[in-house]
Design a protein around this ligand. Structure first.
Ligand SMILES: CC(C)(COP(=O)(O)OP(=O)(O)OC[C@H]1O[C@@H](n2cnc3c(N)ncnc32)[C@H](O)[C@@H]1OP(=O)(O)O)[C@@H](O)C(=O)NCCC(=O)NCCS
Length: 171
């Protein structure tokens, strides 16, 4: 269900998934494509962008995650992107993607995995998802994106042997 990496033929399908979620603006979608292009041109290590792909039960590409080390840090990683096609949401693929990212990040010496999202009501499900996947809220930057639209930074500690749900509830 989950496969690491990215092939040139995946890009259109992955961009279509990003579009289909209805969560991302044109500028963000352009950045997603740039990350994919950089991965294909320079590889995961060269670009710093690692991809995991999720397939549904019919074998169709249904989601992806992109993560990488945060330059200048010792063991801090960013979950840059995660998206699952609406037809496949709620089936556990997002959780599997996070666990694949955590496994890969931990193998690379990761200590902390960060994710960020908006405080807007559209992102209520996204925030619930991060908490269910073992992240906790680490910081909130008021009006970061625009007035009344805060940036919320989530972190998952990869060093503790605590079940994800408990870490998610820790403050
Ligand atoms: C966020 C997203 C990746 C989750 O993927 P998914 O495959 O639907 O998630 P899963 O089915 O693996 O759910 C994992 C957990 O999160 C919870 N969750 C998922 N969607 C939820 C929702 N809408 N409301 C509340 N909880 C939710 C699930 O209940 C599940 O917890 P459980 O195992 O205790 O039942 C997907 O909904 C998506 O692509 N959303 C739009 C894009 C987005 O917000 N990306 C994040 C970047 S800002």
């Amino acid at each position: 269900m989950i496969q690491p990496g990215l092939a040139p033929g995946d890009i259109d399908a992955l961009i279509a998934i990003v579009h289909a979620t209805g969560f991302f603006r044109a500028e963000e979608i352009r950045i997603a494509r740039e990350l994919m292009d950089q991965h294909l041109a320079q590889g995961a290590l060269g670009s710093g962008y690692h991809f995991e792909r999720a397939y549904d039960q019919q074998g169709e590409l249904a989601g992806f995650a992109c993560h990488g080390p945060i330059p200048g840090t010792d063991g801090s990683f960013d979950l840059y992107w995660i998206a699952v096609h609406p037809r496949a949401q709620g089936l556990g693929l997002g959780h599997l993607l996070v666990e694949a990212v955590v496994a890969e990040t931990s193998r690379s010496g990761g200590r902390l995995l960060y994710a960020e999202t908006s405080s807007q009501p559209l992102y209520d499900p996204t925030r619930a998802f991060y908490l269910r996947c073992g992240f906790r809220e680490a910081a909130r930057l008021p009006d970061f994106y625009r007035p009344d639209d805060d940036k919320i930074v989530y972190v998952r500690n990869l060093c503790r042997g605590i079940p994800p749900t408990r870490v998610g509830r820790e403050r």
